[in-house]
Design a protein around this ligand. Structure first.
Ligand SMILES: C[S@@+](CC[C@H](N)C(=O)[O-])C[C@H]1O[C@@H](n2cnc3c(N)ncnc32)[C@H](O)[C@@H]1O
Length: 258
């Protein structure tokens, strides 16, 4: 297709939590038809193999030692590349509508007359605990779950954590590692010292690390195991009631390699 015939369009695509097999068929089709891919730090770069070799691939995430694009620059890149190249795929970790700024980028692009589409992804909020055998709900253990950010736009702890700590729900916290001590103090103030906690770093990938404990001792577990971001914090009875699973990721990889 000639460039002049290309319609400026943006597809915001969920890349899943890390395991490259946790991507949807619709996401793969979007990658195959992309002229430009703007991708974030938490996506598995193997997914870029689905794209045409002619497509332009631009890393716009934050990574140690790399230039980090500001959100305004990413917005501008989306507009300029849709106008100059046609189909831009914005590839984001997990689900772009869960703490992913997907809606903001779509709002921005629409102001410039760019056609927009959204392909939901498998969020780390559910998939990462699942790969460790933790069901977020389980009959008799949990009737609901909260997914909360540990760090708000103003770099503060979300007030929703205090509300969630009063409930009997499973609480899943993203971007919370830097505020773990504050989080633990909130649950302790609700007399929940014995509530089980799981922390899973780089979940669903071959670098996955994890630690289990309770509100009382999880900070020590984190220190001993040197757990750090990106990680998911799961608080609730379901952590104790986790099921045993085979190592899904390594088995799939072994069958690919052998
Ligand atoms: C900006 S949020 C993006 C969440 C993403 N939109 C999603 O649906 O998974 C980034 C945070 O998600 C969590 N996260 C994403 N991928 C993860 C993974 N593979 N293992 C553990 N935590 C992960 C971490 O808490 C990380 O700091």
């Amino acid at each position: 297709m000639k460039l002049a015939d290309k319609i400026p369009r943006l597809t915001v695509v969920g890349a899943g939590p890390g395991d490259p097999d946790l991507i949807t068929l619709k996401a793969i089709k979007a990658l195959e038809s992309a002229d430009v891919i703007l991708y974030d730090a938490l996506i598995n770069v193997d997914l870029l193999d689905y794209a045409s070799p002619e497509s332009e691939k631009i890393f716009v995430g934050k990574r140690k030692g790399c230039y980090a694009y500001q959100q305004e620059q990413i917005n501008e890149l989306i507009i300029s590349r849709t106008k100059s190249h046609g189909h831009v795929v914005r590839l984001k970790g997990g689900d772009p509508f869960i703490f992913g700024r997907g809606a903001e980028e779509i709002d921005y692009a629409r102001q410039y007359g760019v056609e927009t589409q959204m392909v939901p992804g498998i969020s780390s909020a559910t998939a990462v605990p699942a790969y460790r055998g933790i069901p977020l709900t389980k009959r008799g253990a949990s009737e609901s779950f909260w997914v909360i950010t540990g760090t708000t736009k103003a770099h503060k702890l979300s007030k929703d954590i205090a509300l969630a700590a009063k409930s009997t729900a499973t609480v899943v916290i993203l971007m919370g590692m830097g505020k773990l001590k504050e989080i633990v103090a909130i649950f302790a103030a609700e007399n929940k010292q014995n509530v089980p906690v799981a922390i899973i770093q780089d979940g669903t990938t071959e670098n996955e690390k994890f630690g289990f404990g309770t509100i009382e001792n999880i900070c020590r577990v984190v220190e001993e195991k040197a757990l750090t971001s990106p990680a998911i914090i799961v608080i609730g009875e379901v952590v104790k009631q986790r099921v045993k699973l085979k190592k899904v990721y390594s088995e799939i990889m072994e069958s690919v390699v052998t």
